[in-house]
Design a protein around this ligand. Structure first.
Ligand SMILES: [Zn+2]
Length: 407
């Protein structure tokens, strides 16, 4: 058994795309040395022997290669990195969504679909899903992102238009459903909730059950470098996706996932590209044959605090189990590289009583890194309620942790 999503019989006849990607990467001066002496991938074993690409590698390659679509426009999108100037990924019009639509049809002609992914700022998801809606021949309401004061009016419009489907990142969807729930509003026609860009949030399902009891989730997994890798349906666990046949998924050391494109139209030379996500190949409980990919979270969620590794996801999971806490985020404040404080920020349910001081003590005693690193100044570890978590304005995503330099 190999660590690939496809069998050798299915994948090896299509490895000419991987060989072409390798040929391109070998023309990039900064990357050529790592491929020296490596044979062209003819088998999955050859492929597994090639060095993986990490985020910056692909940006370096793209800056050198400047790929162009065979037909129509070449679109530039934000890719990788969460700070500084945008890095750039490329895609042709259509964003490879015909391949996705061939295997996954959450929308149909009868749907009225609200596209709530942010548009503009070189974000990809809004346009990618617009291409899917085009193939699905449904009605589209291209909404994009709205401000908090606008939710009520738009929700009334959704009811009026009998909206049947909505899509966005889970953070954005959570805002929509939480607002609707708080306003006592229901969306009786809503059946489908499409999501992409972050892990699913169980709290979202709670709000959906109240606001739109007949709505179910339909997920995509991917990145601006790989584009859509896999999809799932309401019958699959939220963390499990069925890879598309033109996406070869591999589980490498430390359970790190890497992706190789088998699509000859792909502009990004995606060859053993690591997104930083860990995962494993499983049989999906939905019963669909073939190997599915279960995403286990990011391996880069360990952050150094005073020389010790803090497992951000573990701390957040612990805090989010607390009654009344809907979401948590860790804010690390630094002064010239040294952590001066850790704040655990809480979004709480309306009217919920959360004992932040008790939670803080629990966290300190249960988290080795925090208790050890802050042994002499435990008061620098704080737990506090906030009105909003800190989002990245460029990507519209809300990360598990944020590091800020003290001003
Ligand atoms: Zn499934």
């Amino acid at each position: 058994m190999t660590g690939f999503s496809l069998s050798p019989e299915a994948a090896e006849p299509r490895l000419q795309v991987a060989r072409h990607s390798l040929e391109l990467l070998r023309t990039v001066p900064a990357l050529a040395p790592r491929y020296e002496g490596r044979p062209e991938p003819r088998t999955l074993d050859d492929l597994a022997a090639l060095a993986p690409l990490v985020k910056d590698d692909l940006n370096v390659a793209l800056a050198h290669l400047e790929p162009k679509a065979e037909q129509g426009a070449t679109w530039l999108f934000q890719s990788g990195g969460s700070t500084g100037a945008p890095k750039v990924g490329y895609a042709p019009t259509g964003f490879y969504m015909s391949g996705v639509h061939a295997h996954w049809q959450p929308l149909d002609r009868a749907d009225v679909f609200v596209n709530a992914w942010g548009a503009g700022r070189m974000w990809g998801a809004h346009f990618l899903v617009a291409a899917l809606a085009d193939l699905s021949e449904c009605q589209v309401i291209a909404l994009g992102s709205v401000t908090r004061e606008e939710y009520a009016d738009w929700l009334a419009f959704f009811v009026d238009r009998k909206v049947t489907a909505i899509g966005g990142t889970p953070s954005v969807l959570r805002m929509w459903f939480a607002e609707a729930r708080a306003a006592g509003l229901s969306l009786p026609a809503l059946r489908k909730v499409l999501w992409l860009g972050e892990a699913w949030q169980p709290q979202l399902a709670d709000d959906m059950a109240v606001v739109a009891p007949r709505a179910r989730r339909w997920g995509m997994f991917g990145s601006t470098e790989t584009w859509v890798v896999g999809t799932n349906t309401p019958d699959c666990p939220a963390d499990t996706f069925h890879p598309l046949p033109e996406q070869l998924v591999h589980v490498g050391e430390d359970d790190l996932l890497d992706f190789t494109t088998l699509d000859p139209r792909m502009l990004n030379p995606v060859l053993r590209y690591r997104t930083g996500d860990a995962g494993r190949l499983v049989a999906c409980p939905c019963g669909r044959p073939g190997r599915a990919m279960q995403v286990l979270g990011r391996r880069d969620s360990v952050v150094q605090v005073r020389g010790l590794g803090l497992h951000v996801d573990q701390v957040i999971a612990r805090v989010e189990r607390e009654q009344g806490v809907s979401r948590a985020q860790i804010l690390i404040t630094e002064d010239r590289g040294r952590a001066t404080g850790v704040d655990v920020l809480l979004l709480t349910d309306q009217g919920a009583a959360v004992d932040t001081e008790r939670l803080r003590k629990d966290l300190l005693s249960a988290t080795f890194t925090l208790s050890t690193a802050f042994q002499h100044d435990p008061e620098s570890v704080r737990v506090r309620r906030v009105d909003a978590l800190i989002s990245n304005e460029r990507t519209g995503k809300t990360a598990g942790f944020v590091v800020r330099e003290e001003s």
